[in-house]
Design a protein around this ligand. Structure first.
Ligand SMILES: Cc1ncc(COP(=O)(O)O)c(C=O)c1O
Length: 464
């Protein structure tokens, strides 16, 4: 590769390097529709080009970007394209990518207001917008974290503080050794991110009480144990397999008189609140104490970006604040008091850009479009003779193709064929393909094309 051996690493002008990056990124995105969603074997083998010893000398910036693009771009998964339906991974809105570039150029440290007045200001604006859009209590505090896992963790720490403080225990000062017991109640279908958050906070993955769930994976409200003021109940808005919601409103009603803390893991499902036709799924969610959601999933901003929302800002602050004499604090809210990180990137800027560009109606339309696409997937695949083992209520669809082994063969064939990408899961003890429609970019034509490709893969396996 030419241009890789120079010693003058800073010889390129900033304009040339950034202009080159923008041109390469745009060309990459333009090319996605014409390539397989998953990288091929040849592209993966091409990653070996990166395996060189640490260069003794530097390299021009444009040469570095050329290497990254030529060796790296082909080995990406086209999640930014229109037919990626794996996990719950949304594409990024172009305006959010652009805002992220500008924010990177600003290189702001979002931890302290004095280090980035613009980030602190935008976080305040976005907090108000998000509370309004999702219909959450206006007095809540909002923290900008890496994703739902950290949002769950932050909320659990806030609950831990408040529940133990009521019992006369200062958990931040004394830790959990010798602390009064806190009961933790979750649904059988709790996401592993939630149990990880509980483990990180010292509550353990195993000592939680699991409430049975129904055929859709919803916690059965009538089976909740008696709650009290030292209980944390973690429910979910959006099951990662079926998209269904725990009866959050009912759980909140039960919890309120007892003083139990209700936390909602709404990694993607919280955004249903922005869509009038789907908001009923999350009825009563505003009665909870804390909420976790992701912006990098359904709001379609670049990774990494999640939000923790908590009615009891003082409890979050008690768990997260880490003041030090050199950290100059103003009179305004200090962002680092509400999240686990101190220094961090200004991820609120992309959230602002996404919300500013979509507006209330645009977020609702994005959610509704994805749900309609999911319903069409289910309808078309069911009429092609395949099994949809649940009611499709949101953007998640499970499909079974014959038995477990045949289902896994179809999933592998779809991933190899490359028109679209869908993952697998085990639902109620049986294998299923998962389709998650989470991108602004997916069109009806993409759904039809993907259905055709999936059906062809099933025929290849001897089905349909
Ligand atoms: C319900 C639920 N909670 C938590 C998570 C974890 O989110 P993240 O990977 O952004 O931390 C997911 C991811 O899909 C999820 O579906």
């Amino acid at each position: 590769m030419t241009g890789m051996t120079g010693t003058a690493g800073m010889s390129d002008t900033t304009d040339r390097v950034l202009g080159d990056a923008a041109a390469r990124a745009a060309a990459y995105l333009r090319g996605l529709d014409g390539r397989a969603v998953a990288p091929g074997e040849g592209s993966l083998r091409g990653l070996a080009a990166f395996d060189e010893p640490l260069p003794e000398g530097g390299c021009e910036g444009t040469g570095v970007l050329r290497a990254l693009d030529e060796w790296g771009s082909p080995a990406t998964v086209a999640v930014a394209g229109r037919r990626y339906f794996g996990f719950v991974i949304g594409g990024s809105l172009p305006v959010a990518v652009g805002a992220s570039w500008l924010a990177s150029a600003w290189d702001q440290n979002a931890g302290l207001a004095i280090a980035s007045p613009v980030s602190a200001h935008l976080e305040r604006v976005v907090s108000g917008w998000v509370l309004d859009l999702l219909g959450l209590p206006a007095e809540s505090c909002v923290g900008f974290v890496t994703g739902a896992t950290m949002a769950n963790f932050t909320a659990v720490c806030a609950a831990r503080h408040r529940l133990l403080q009521r019992a006369g225990w200062d958990v931040e000062a004394r830790g959990l050794f010798g602390a009064p017991e806190v009961r933790v109640v979750v649904g059988e279908e709790v996401h592993s991110s939630m149990t990880k958050a509980l483990a990180l906070a010292g509550f353990g993955r195993e000592r939680v009480e699991r409430v049975p769930t129904d055929a859709q994976g919803r916690l059965i409200g009538a089976k909740l144990p008696a709650l009290d003021e030292r209980t944390l109940v973690c429910v979910q808005a959006g099951n990662v397999n079926t998209g269904s919601f725990d009866p959050v409103g009912e759980v909140c009603e039960r919890a309120r008189p007892s003083g139990a803390w209700v936390h909602v893991d709404g990694a993607f499902g919280m955004w249903a609140r922005a869509c009038p036709a789907r908001a009923g799924l999350a009825a009563g969610i505003e009665g909870a104490d804390s909420w976790a959601t992701d912006c990098h999933k359904w709001l379609n901003v670049p990774y990494d970006s999640g939000l923790v929302v908590c009615r009891d800002g003082a409890a979050v602050r008690a768990g997260m604040a880490a003041p030090a004499p050199y950290l100059i604090e103003g009179s305004a809210r200090e962002p680092y008091h509400y999240v686990p990180e101190m220094s961090r990137r200004a991820r609120g800027i992309e959230v602002w850009a996404a919300l500013k560009s979509l507006g209330r109606s645009g977020v609702g339309a994005l959610v509704e479009r994805c749900c309609r696409h999911a319903a069409r997937f289910a309808e078309a695949l069911a009429s092609a003779g395949f099994e949809i083992p649940h009611e499709v209520v949101l953007n998640q669809v499970l499909v079974r193709f014959g038995d477990d082994e045949q289902t896994d063969r179809v999933i592998a064939a779809v991933q190899r064929e490359g028109t679209c990408w869908c993952g697998g899961t085990t639902w109620k003890g049986r294998r299923a393909m998962r389709i998650s429609v989470s991108s602004w970019a997916t069109t009806e034509a993409d759904v039809e094309r993907s259905v055709g490709a999936i059906a062809a893969c099933a025929r290849e396996v001897g089905l349909g």
